[in-house]
Design a protein around this ligand. Structure first.
Ligand SMILES: NC(=O)c1ccc[n+]([C@@H]2O[C@H](COP(=O)([O-])OP(=O)(O)OC[C@H]3O[C@@H](n4cnc5c(N)ncnc54)[C@H](O)[C@@H]3O)[C@@H](O)[C@H]2O)c1
Length: 272
């Protein structure tokens, strides 16, 4: 059901790879709600993914290749987006994450530090780079909303999540710290959504994903939140209905984060 929540708003959506991607579902919903936006992803993802399919489903959205760790690429994304959309930007989605250590199954306590730095640069510093670039170009309208996607491994240990845990902790910290700066300077909101485990390319690359997906499902009073539900939550944060929400890490996880144990899990472990 569409409410025209984003009518007249211009956005940039980073990180749609295929239909399982969180950013893919978010883009479809933003389109449904009346927004116009550009889509950006790493050049290699543009070659391997299906972003053009998404672009045509979203009113022929312009696709702009950018490595989110490159300031030059990011400047190009913001300048081109303002040009094709016809003005400053009202919302930005950062849906970017990648860990070479996770990919190569390098254990956390035998980490490869070059990989670790890449994880931090791609999955966390890029969030800072996106906002610093936007600020430098004065590319965002007042009351614009910037959202990044996080995971509860920022607060609690999940062994398979490896160095992505540290990247998420930094991502959430950047939301707070940059949110302060952007709030005072331009009334821009910055938040992260801490999403349930979701079956996507990045998600399923994490060791033990299947097990903790089902564990989280059993632990959450409302069940895991899926990508479409994450998209709905995102819309509320891009809309004018949440103008005073900023610098927050917002759990969107069916209650998982505040549940100690569920009856269903107790039953599973009730061994005599
Ligand atoms: N899937 C989950 O369980 C889950 C849970 C909570 C949070 N998240 C977060 O959601 C976000 C999106 O992930 P997803 O699950 O939709 O998986 P995904 O694999 O579909 O998306 C990750 C995206 O990051 C992009 N990316 C990687 N390196 C990049 C670079 N250098 N420059 C630009 N883009 C780059 C990829 O091309 C891809 O589109 C990530 O931040 C992820 O950590 C995922």
């Amino acid at each position: 059901m569409a409410y025209n929540l984003l009518k007249g708003k211009r956005g940039i959506i980073f990180g749609a790879l295929d239909e399982k991607s969180m950013a893919w579902q978010i883009a479809l919903k933003c389109h449904e709600e009346g927004a116009t936006f550009t889509l950006s992803n790493a050049p290699i993802a543009l070659r391997m993914g299906k972003i053009n399919e998404l672009a045509s489903a979203c009113g022929n959205a312009t696709v702009i290749g950018a490595d989110a760790t490159s300031l030059t690429d990011l400047e190009n994304v913001f300048s081109q987006s303002m040009e094709v959309l016809g003005g400053k930007i009202d919302f930005v989605l950062h849906s970017i994450g990648m860990s070479p250590n996770v990919r190569k199954k390098v254990p956390y306590d035998e980490t490869n530090y070059d990989n670790f730095l890449k994880t931090i640069d791609i999955s966390a510093l890029s969030f800072h780079k996106v906002m610093q670039t936007a600020m430098k170009l004065d590319a965002l309208n007042e009351w614009a909303s910037v959202v990044g996607l996080s995971y509860i491994a920022a607060q609690r240990a999940f062994p398979g999540y490896n160095d992505m845990s540290d990247a998420k902790a930094l991502l959430e910290s950047i939301a707070r710290t940059f949110g302060y700066q952007y709030g005072f300077k331009k009334k821009v909101r910055v938040n992260t959504i801490s999403q349930s485990p979701t079956l996507t390319t990045a998600g399923s690359g994490v060791e033990g994903f299947n097990a903790f997906f089902h564990y989280a499902e059993k632990m959450s009073p409302l069940g895991n939140a899926n990508a479409e539900e994450c998209a709905n939550y995102c819309l509320s944060l891009f809309s004018d209905l949440t103008r005073k929400v900023t610098m927050q890490n917002l759990f969107h996880d069916g209650g998982f984060s505040f549940t100690g144990v569920s009856e269903s899990v107790i039953r599973d472990f009730d061994v005599q």
